[in-house]
Design a protein around this ligand. Structure first.
Ligand code: AMP
Ligand code: ZN
Length: 489
């Protein structure tokens, strides 16, 4: 039986720009921190792609037999998002608009987020700490940074002193951004305000009259900067140095660069050995984002109510679609690609069912161990799920050939292939076998009902057509009319 070859795992490290062999810092567990959502609205499918990608990483590390401490925070403190000094507190803004307290907003969207994690079969992290639950820790780190001479206070706010830091550290080591280039980008904004240097960033911001969340600090009432919360929560749960820090590619700068500066400025060393960045989910080549308005909600896609598609897709199909692209590649959300994933997924799950049923022979006509080896090789190569899926498809072809009598497999090899294929499809890719397609027992009944509805529509009998649709809706079944066909969920 192929060993779970832990030594072969290589991970692309943004810090070095190359794939590096992975070995954990601690013998007994891997520490992984991933930047979580800012819950001022419902996470969109783009956000979910990043969390699904890190769920894949988490699942594979578990599959290899590692113990993993997986920390993913929830940003529930309003933070400064604009370094030019125009404070835009997204949670506070949502609270004002919805006439709720900031933590009511966060709670409301966290309930949705937790629900989405279940729908999309994400394993819960070890802990999901909140920024507001760790204000004291953030203050203590700021104090250390100040004591080490890398931060200064002005008028109740505290800023990280990038110029002083740069004398002994490489600011830009992660993102490759050069301060000179940044200065050109920032020049037009020229609202440096209290900062000594344009690249300095806020560790603590003095309260203003708009703030709905305010905390006491040694520098007066105010609220923490955005980057400091992740430094506080990652090091609290994982220690001063841990194995993996992840997040979306758009967080590389300034968020992650500043996290490194904060750790070096307080503990004297960088927080994480490996920095992993997941690439963006795009719509028509553009990053899906709240601000561009080109976002789709995970729930809408499952219910088939988006303007983008004329039918519903199961969470399994969405997950499989995401796994068919490497986490460091961009991925465009299109109906064509989802349809292809739907077919591909059905082929794979069918192959498992076929393998379960086929009878074994005295010998195997193909090398099952090397097929299984390919699964591990793909995932050991920086979590290459698309290559894993290609290997799973190759194995499925062999299974069909065995079914057709063209190839053979021994009972031992059958057992090995079945357990490894199930392990990779269910445990690693996070696909569930149930619900891959609409409930099979209902399908013949629904075929009949939709046929009757189609006949009514052909006869322009809209009353009957609507009666069927509304009746199904009351029974919890949503019907969606596409260009060529009608789907249901
Ligand atoms: P936010 O709630 O905006 O802080 O984002 C939460 C996470 O989602 C971060 O890791 C972002 O990098 C990630 N993210 C935001 N937009 C996208 C997108 N279109 N595709 C993939 N990840 C995204
Ligand atoms: Zn973060």
């Amino acid at each position: 039986m192929p060993q779970k070859d832990i030594q072969s795992l290589k991970i692309y490290n943004t810090l070095s720009g190359s794939k590096e062999p992975f070995s954990p810092i601690h013998e007994d567990y891997i520490g992984m921190y991933v930047c979580g959502p800012t819950l001022y609205s419902e996470p969109h499918m783009g956000n979910m792609r990043t969390f699904i990608n890190f769920d894949l990483v988490y699942r594979y590390l578990l599959h290899l037999g590692f113990k993993v401490k997986y920390v993913r925070n929830i940003t529930d403190a309003g933070h400064v998002t604009n370094s030019a000094g125009q404070q835009e507190d997204s949670i506070g803004k949502a609270a004002r608009l919805e006439q709720l307290q900031p933590l009511e907003i966060v709670y409301k969207y966290n309930v949705r987020f937790q629900n989405l994690q279940q729908i999309y079969n994400l394993l819960p992290p070890t802990i999901e700490p909140t920024a507001t639950g760790h204000i004291q820790e953030q203050i203590e780190i700021i104090e250390k940074i100040m004591a080490n001479g890398y931060a200064y206070e002005v008028n109740g706010s505290v800023y990280f002193d990038v110029k002083t830091y740069m004398k002994s550290h490489d600011y830009g080591a992660l993102s490759g951004r050069k301060v000179g280039e940044l200065e050109n980008e920032t020049r037009e904004l020229n609202s440096q305000g209290e900062k000594r240097f344009f690249a300095d960033f806020a560790l603590w911001k003095k309260a203003n009259e708009k703030d709905m969340q305010i905390w006491r600090s040694p520098w007066g009432d105010g609220n923490p900067g955005w980057h400091i919360e992740c430094t506080a929560m990652s090091t609290k749960y994982l220690g001063d140095t841990f194995d993996i820090h992840g997040g979306g590619l758009d967080l590389k700068f300034p968020h992650h660069e500043d996290e490194i500066a904060q750790s070096c400025g307080s503990t004297g060393h960088a927080p994480a050995k490996f920095w992993m960045h997941a690439n963006m989910l795009n719509v028509n080549g553009k990053k899906m984002s709240k601000s561009l308005g080109n976002f789709f909600l995970p729930q809408e896609i499952v219910e088939g109510t988006t303007s983008l598609f004329d039918k519903a897709y199961t969470p399994n199909v969405l997950r499989f679609f995401m796994m068919q692209s490497h986490y460091r590649s961009t991925l465009d959300l299109t109906q064509e690609a989802l349809n292809a994933s739907e077919k591909g997924l059905a082929r794979l799950t069918e192959a498992i069912k076929t393998l379960e049923k086929i009878s074994a022979s005295n010998e195997s006509s193909f090398d099952v161990e090397s097929s299984v080896r390919e699964f591990y090789d793909a995932m050991n190569d920086d979590f290459n799920a698309p290559i894993l899926i290609a290997s799973l498809f190759d194995a499925s072809k062999k299974i069909n050939s065995i079914r057709d009598g063209k190839e053979t497999i021994t009972a031992k090899d059958k057992e090995l292939l079945l357990s490894e294929m199930k392990g990779f499809i269910l445990d690693v890719l996070g696909i569930t076998l149930e619900g891959t397609q609409n409930d099979n027992r209902l399908q013949p009944v629904m075929d009949l009902v939709l046929e009757l509805r189609q006949q009514a529509r052909s006869n322009k009998d809209w009353g009957t057509s609507d009666l069927i649709r509304d009746g199904l809706k009351n029974a919890g079944i949503i019907v969606k009319d596409g260009k060529d066909s009608t789907s249901w969920k």
